[in-house]
Design a protein around this ligand. Structure first.
Ligand code: NYM
Ligand code: MG
Length: 218
């Protein structure tokens, strides 16, 4: 049996990741599970949720980074088991968000390579779709600004960090085309969903060979 595929949506806040992951999950029914990070329902997730919502709740940047990573690790075994039993897993944010948002803070010594270390060994997506928009379009969307990090200047720095992380990880990888970029500017939800499907269909339909039975890892 071929394993399920791991498909990840990344992007800035309010770029439609959640909408697009919901649509993709509908298309991949019935053997598919959606996992969103941060997974706010665990105890670690509850701390993260409080940190994001309560701007007076302070934690050292390093500690926050490790909490986000720990939150992925507590779901890692579940993700592996789902893939091995042939279920596709769609992720709404993951390792790249972890690195991009933390590195954008420019905390001393906390560069991108520091940020990647705690995530080493996590299952690696077969396809990552980065939803991006022309400058600041995401900030006009409803709800922007409610949580920590949802500030114009910071988002631009996160965007820059995302691009750098993708470049660095692609260069070090044997795999090709693991990261695809969709610019959503001026596109309808349906148009973006169609582009997502064009990228995803070949990946989920890939034949069973060794590349498709073994899980990739960061
Ligand atoms: N975020 C998310 C991080 O800073 N590090 C991470 O590892 C992850 C997964 O959480 N502004 C940030 C990015 C978002 C915030 O995510 C909440 P969402 O998708 O808006 O619920
Ligand atoms: Mg958000």
């Amino acid at each position: 049996m071929s394993r399920g595929k791991l498909v990840l949506f990344e992007g800035l806040d309010r770029t439609g990741k959640t909408t697009q992951s919901d649509i993709l999950v509908e298309r991949l029914q019935p053997d598919v599970t959606l996992i969103k990070f941060p997974e706010r329902s665990t105890e670690i997730g509850a701390l993260i949720d409080r940190y994001l919502k309560d701007k007076t709740f302070e934690l050292p940047d390093q500690a926050v980074h490790l909490l986000f990573s720990a939150n992925r690790w507590e779901m890692a075994e579940r993700i592996k088991q789902l893939l091995l039993q042939g279920t596709h897993v769609v992720l709404d944010r993951y390792v790249y968000s972890g690195i991009a948002y933390s590195a954008a803070k420019h905390t001393d010594k906390m560069d991108r390579s520091w940020c990647l270390q705690p995530d080493r060994g996590l299952p690696r997506p077969d396809l990552t779709i980065f939803l991006t928009s022309d400058d600041a379009e995401n900030e006009l969307r409803a709800g922007f600004g409610e949580e920590r990090y949802e500030k114009s200047e910071f988002q631009q720095e996160v965007k820059r960090q995302f691009i750098e992380v993708f470049k660095a990880l692609e260069d070090n990888s044997q795999e090709q085309n693991l990261v695809q970029i969709i610019n959503i500017t001026g596109k309808s939800v349906e148009q973006v969903a169609n582009e997502v499907w064009e990228l995803t269909e070949p990946v989920v339909r890939a034949p069973t060979d060794s590349k498709n039975t073994e899980i990739l890892y960061f």
